[in-house]
Design a protein around this ligand. Structure first.
Ligand SMILES: Nc1ncnc2c1ncn2[C@@H]1O[C@H](COP(=O)(O)OP(=O)(O)OP(=O)(O)O)[C@@H](O)[C@H]1O
Ligand SMILES: [Mg+2]
Length: 264
């Protein structure tokens, strides 16, 4: 498989629930991500951000539409072991829910070592070295990694989840609300780390969050979602200073603590 060149989401729709009472979580979204792009996905709770992110990494399949990695359907890449391993090396996801994303019976170190061994083919000792290096990057004391997931705080577990994704040095990182559980000072260092990682490695980032200031700090582009649809996509500065869609203006006003300004 060639190194990550493009992830393309085309006309993706996702329904939940029975036909007579179906809920449209994602409603005809098309989006591309290319190396070096840092795309922030913002929007109110329930607007479909997590569902879209999960579809982008193949954790959820769309009701309609397609997701392609370097032009090949994600679904077929995931269906064969060899291409699945290569894909997981290129694309990593950090979930909004860290409680269920770690095996409760394994130490955090074991959980982070596993992708380093399985996806990168490293020996136990080399994988351990990489785990220690990555855990240190996240500002976590090395001893914490020998605990089980229930034995660390929610914020620490969140940082271990980022470490597990970064340990393979992915070319596309999809993060769902990864700083929401962190206190402000730790948030700042994690946001810096993610941004620096992308700038230095050329990796792409999809950063899902309802925290607009954090998203604007990390991302070069913003995608605004409302009711499952993308209502605006643009350069971060343009979206912040010259929002085109009324919903974006309302969202900005909510963060600035004032009423929405109408378009000039
Ligand atoms: N597995 C599911 N079954 C049924 N409905 C779902 C499921 N997952 C999500 N939904 C619904 O789809 C809609 C979009 O949910 P999603 O989690 O994508 O929103 P979100 O933008 O990530 O919200 P938040 O900011 O609260 O995380 C919501 O109305 C949600 O209730
Ligand atoms: Mg969500």
């Amino acid at each position: 498989m060639d190194a990550f060149a493009q992830l393309a989401v085309t006309s993706v729709v996702k329904h939940f629930g029975p036909a007579r009472n179906r809920h449209v979580a994602v409603d005809d979204v098309s989006l591309t991500v290319e190396p070096g792009q840092r795309i922030g996905v913002v929007g109110e709770s329930g607007s479909g951000k997590s569902t879209l992110a999960r579809i982008m990494v193949g954790l959820e399949s769309p009701t309609a539409g397609s997701v392609d990695f370097n032009g090949a359907p994600l679904r077929s890449l995931l269906s064969m072991r060899a291409s699945r391993v290569e894909l997981r090396r290129e694309v990593q996801f950090v979930s909004q829910d860290t409680t269920s994303s770690f095996d409760p019976l394994r130490t955090l170190r074991d959980s982070i070592r596993q992708p380093a061994q399985r996806l990168l083919g490293l020996s136990g000792r080399d994988a351990d070295g990489l785990v220690d290096e990555t855990v240190a990057l996240l500002g976590l004391a090395p001893g914490l990694a020998d605990r089980h997931p229930a034995e660390v705080s929610g914020g620490q577990r969140q940082r271990f989840a980022i470490a597990r994704a970064l340990v393979v040095r992915p070319k596309l990182l999809v993060c769902d609300e990864v700083v929401s559980a962190l206190d402000v000072s730790v948030q700042g260092s994690i946001l810096n780390l993610l941004k620096r990682y992308c700038l230095e490695s050329g990796a792409a980032l999809v950063f899902v969050s309802h925290g607009l200031p954090a998203t604007a700090f990390v991302c070069s582009e913003l995608v605004v979602m409302q009711n499952g649809q993308v209502v605006e996509r643009g350069d971060t500065r343009q979206v912040l200073h010259d929002p085109r869609h009324p919903y974006t203006r309302a969202l900005l006003a909510a963060f600035r603590g004032g009423p929405a300004r109408s378009a000039a």
